[in-house]
Design a protein around this ligand. Structure first.
Ligand code: ZN
Length: 267
């Protein structure tokens, strides 16, 4: 993952204050290239449409195009699949937009999680069931990453805690994590008030790195469904901190794009 990070003392530090990666290397000012800094690569398998050649009767497949307002140009219609890294990059930006609009209050990191998404999901669910005995409203998103050097996996996530639980969520969640996982290390931190949209792509940063992307996708997916992020049953997705909640993330992505005028410069 080293190629995703720049180490420089003059780098902007808006991501750093609560960047869980930085806490493992105290004293080094680090920032990273986000999915919003990196140009989107073209989809290698754009959608096609078929037509019949009236002269020969042959079926012709042609790439489908659509008008992209921000580029003032026609562009090929992407396949949009999470298994396609350039499209996963765009999907990660949209997801980051949906998280940003949902305004979670805290980030959390779990270490030493199981090696597949089903088992990890069960563990995360158990942790939050335990924590909800004290803070009933917790809703969360997470994704898992392999540790560098094949030493297992860890989870990054965001959680909503209401204002009156701000001071207790760290202790509550840390307690629940150590109870459910028998002592794993974890971190719970408030999200900086000035966190911008690019802060929220952090759990999905593997979409930028061809060397780790497949492993990331495998770790987060089931056999039938390629996933970049997972959300709790209790709706995490919402339009603003006190706004209406949505079961489906896609719905919020559309609302976020329209209402907040988020532009991902899709190509
Ligand atoms: Zn694609």
């Amino acid at each position: 993952m080293s190629n995703l990070f720049i180490s420089t003392s003059s780098a902007p530090n808006f991501i750093l204050k609560n960047n869980s990666a930085s806490s493992f290397q105290k004293g080094i000012v680090k920032t990273r290239i986000t999915t919003f800094d990196s140009p989107l690569e073209e989809c290698p398998n754009p959608k096609t449409q078929s037509s019949v050649n009236p002269l020969t009767g042959e079926i012709i497949y042609q790439i489908r195009y659509r008008w992209e307002e921000s580029l003032n140009d026609f562009v090929p219609v992407r396949c949009g699949n999470n298994s396609c890294r350039p499209c996963a990059h765009l999907n990660a930006k949209r997801i980051a937009g949906a998280i940003y609009v949902s305004q979670p209050s805290h980030t959390f990191t779990l270490t030493l999680v199981p090696d597949n998404s089903k088992a990890i999901g069960k563990q995360v669910q158990k942790i939050f069931e335990h924590a909800r005995k004290e803070i009933p409203t917790l809703a969360y998103v997470w994704s898992a990453e392999s540790n560098p050097g094949n030493t297992g996996a860890h989870v990054h996530g965001y959680v909503h805690a209401e204002k009156n639980y701000f001071s207790s969520i760290g202790t509550t969640l840390t307690n629940s994590i150590s109870k459910v996982t028998l002592g794993n290390r974890s971190e719970v931190k408030p999200i900086p008030q000035d966190a911008g949209i690019s802060y929220f792509d952090y759990p999905m940063k593997s979409v930028l790195d061809p060397d780790v992307f497949e492993a990331y996708l495998d770790l987060n997916s089931s056999q039938n469904r390629k996933m970049l992020i997972h959300s709790s049953q209790k709706p995490f997705w919402r339009d603003g901190v006190d706004g209406p909640t949505y079961k489906k993330r896609k719905k919020l992505e559309v609302i976020a794009k329209r209402k907040r005028q988020l532009n991902y410069r899709t190509r």
